[in-house]
Write a protein that binds this ligand. Structure first.
Ligand code: KG4
Ligand code: ZN
Length: 334
């Protein structure tokens, strides 16, 4: 009998549902919440309300386009955390009720593990053990992946996530939310050496991205005093220089951990893994260090339910299910 899993993602501002059948992703329906744009960041209460509006149509579309009747589902999976509590509650509550009504088991998924396991949706796939640099709006982690069910965080940010740094700096520059992709596009046309920003002096495998945000703020303030049009005149160069610095900070620690562990299988995951500068840089480093690098397809970089479905597939195979009294956890760890 086939193993068909419906997966739901609602941890932040994307409402998503996907169906996986015997390890093959059949679809990945994503409803992006545009309501946050005018506030320049995700407003948690509005995210929860938008999930409530979007979830049923998104799930209905995922089931319909999969060609699998809901009675033929083997399990219902959902993101338990980490994420915004109200947003998670919508997905978790729906998944529990839906599964209960259908008398199917449920599977909880850790959102950060799901980002890593997005690499198993398509080929080529990394061989174990590999290092995954997971870079999103809420996290920046170096993860040692021993198997789909065995991961260890070797280093992470001590303050802001790198996606947060992209978004906050983009906001200072005056770009729309979410700023990361806008900054990426402008950076492609600029000179990365035009301006210099300080790298973090974090020890070991820890990251820090709050310093560069303040450095950019002061740098712009000082230059605007001399020339009110400084940003407009230098927009592409500012973006390229900021992006160059953020990528350098990521690469320093990635190179360090791969040397320490003697691992050459390297993956990147999470929203910021869509960044064109990061993708290019890691491919250049791969030549230098003889790494095998795995880049997720763009649709599996930012939040999506296909990665949750993939993670649930591995749990289903291992017979790992969740009790119906489960509740979401905003700070769920790997
Ligand atoms: O993984 P994700 O969709 O959500 C979280 O789990 O946080 O990541 C969202 C983050 C945002 O900060 C967004 O600006 C960033 O990923 N992002 C990018 C790019 N695409 C998305 N940052 C830089 N360059 C991009 N092309
Ligand atoms: Zn994410």
């Amino acid at each position: 009998m086939s193993c068909n899993i419906l997966a739901i993602e609602s941890s932040c501002d994307e409402t998503s549902a996907a169906v996986i059948s015997d390890g093959k992703i059949l679809n990945n329906i994503v409803a992006t919440q545009s309501v946050h744009e005018k506030y320049g960041g995700v407003v948690p209460e509005l995210a929860s309300r938008a999930h409530q509006q979007h979830l049923i149509p998104v799930v209905a579309e995922a089931i319909k386009s999969s060609g699998i009747a809901k009675e033929e589902l083997s399990a219902v999976a959902f993101t338990r955390g980490p994420g915004l509590m109200g947003a998670l509650l919508v997905g978790v509550s729906f998944a529990k009720s839906f599964a209960y009504a259908l008398d199917k088991p449920i599977i909880e998924v850790n959102h950060m593990e799901a980002h890593v396991l997005a690499h198993f949706i398509d080929s080529p796939q990394p061989a174990f053990p590999f290092i995954c640099l997971t870079v999103s709006g809420g996290h920046t982690q170096l993860v040692l992946v021993n198997s789909p069910l065995d991961m260890e965080v070797l280093g992470e940010t001590q303050d802001d996530a790198v996606g947060e740094a992209f978004d906050k700096i983009a906001k200072i520059i005056g770009l729309p939310y979410p700023g990361g992709p806008h900054l990426d596009k402008l950076a492609a046309k600029g000179n990365p050496q035009a301006f210099t920003f300080p790298l973090s002096d974090m020890k070991g495998l820890s990251f820090s991205f709050s310093g560069i945000k303040t450095a950019v703020l002061y740098f712009l303030r000082d230059n605007i005093k001399k020339d009110p049009d400084f940003i407009e005149k230098n927009l592409e160069n500012i973006c390229a220089s900021v992006q160059h610095t953020l990528i350098k900070m990521l690469m320093q620690k990635l190179v360090k951990v791969t040397k320490e562990r003697g691992i050459k299988e390297i993956a990147i995951a999470g929203g910021v893994s869509a960044n064109s500068g990061l993708r290019e840089t890691i491919m250049e480093e791969a030549k230098k260090y003889r790494w095998n690098v795995y880049l997720p397809k763009l649709e599996y970089c930012t939040d999506n339910a296909a990665m949750v479905a993939m993670a649930a597939h591995f749990k289903f195979q291992a017979g790992i299910f969740t009790n119906l009294n489960v509740s979401p956890l905003a700070k769920l760890k790997i």
